[in-house]
Design a protein around this ligand. Structure first.
Ligand code: MF3
Ligand code: CO
Length: 254
């Protein structure tokens, strides 16, 4: 069942979304070669709490893992796709770094991710970053009442394939609201024109994950980090988007 939110609930969700957006901007400024992912996580958690919000990922029990997620944000570097656990490793020049932030505020969740290019990245990373960012923008444009859910999925896959990249199939976007993960699952691939009709009040966390090489991914020994099997690059962007009368409303951008 897809839960539709009232206009006032969407206003509350926007508050959560704006905190996520601001925390991502704050993190972006910290991303210099040499900083550890653990340091970024500590600063991010402080920042989230300074808004009176709760880091949504910390302590989260995933379906796929028997270990609660230990940190406030996910930091996934290069061949890592999503759910990278912050720690002692350092950001390096040339890295492609995905930062995923989720918060709970006034009973509602916000969830977004950006990938950042550290210093000078190679031409493939540059193209993968652009394709993934554009895939999300195109997907957001599909968040219009009357469209079908898979119109979002299809346009993400199309943008990936047009640059010769693949999409991750084992992880998906999701509805979001009073729970971080609500129905529906939002695949990053598939034919258009299928699935539920999009309706005013739906809020969707759309998260394209594009791979340089094959779409296959695996979970590493830490039980959370998702990495490409071929160890080629992956890139991830995410926004929480409300379907409104006036079209898509991106809650997680300032
Ligand atoms: N944006 C991710 C998601 O929607 C982040 C989840 S991390 C977790 O699933 F630790 F909370 F699972
Ligand atoms: Co998400």
């Amino acid at each position: 069942m897809i839960i539709c939110k009232s206009a006032s609930e969407i206003e509350i969700m926007k508050e959560a979304g704006q905190i996520v957006a601001r925390v991502l901007l704050k993190i972006e400024k910290l991303l210099e070669p040499g900083i550890t992912t653990g340091e970024i996580d500590r600063i991010a958690e402080k920042e989230i709490r300074s808004y009176g919000a709760i880091p949504a990922f910390k302590g989260y029990m995933g379906r796929l893992s028997s270990r609660a997620y230990p940190s406030s944000v996910c930091i996934s570097i290069n061949e890592e796709v999503v759910h990278g656990i912050p720690g002692k490793n350092k950001i390096d020049n040339g890295d492609l770094v995905s930062i995923d932030v989720g918060v709970k505020k006034n009973g509602f969740y916000g969830d977004a991710a950006r990938s950042f290019k550290i210093g000078r990245v190679n031409a493939i990373a540059e193209r993968l970053w652009k394709a993934t960012s554009e895939a999300l923008d195109k997907a957001i444009d599909k968040c219009i009442a009357g469209n079908r859910l898979s119109d979002i999925s299809n346009c993400i896959e199309k943008r990936a394939l047009s640059s010769g990249f693949s999409v991750v199939k084992d992880f998906v976007g999701h509805g979001i609201g009073k729970k971080m993960h609500e129905d529906p699952q939002i695949l990053n691939y598939g034919p258009p024109g299928q699935g539920p009709l999009l309706k005013k009040g739906m809020v969707l966390a759309i998260e394209p994950m594009l791979n340089e090489g094959k779409s296959d991914v695996e979970i590493l020994e830490d039980m959370w980090t998702v990495a490409t099997v071929d160890r080629k690059l992956s890139c991830h962007f995410e926004d929480s988007v409300a379907v409104t009368q006036d079209g898509p409303l991106v809650l997680t951008r300032v």
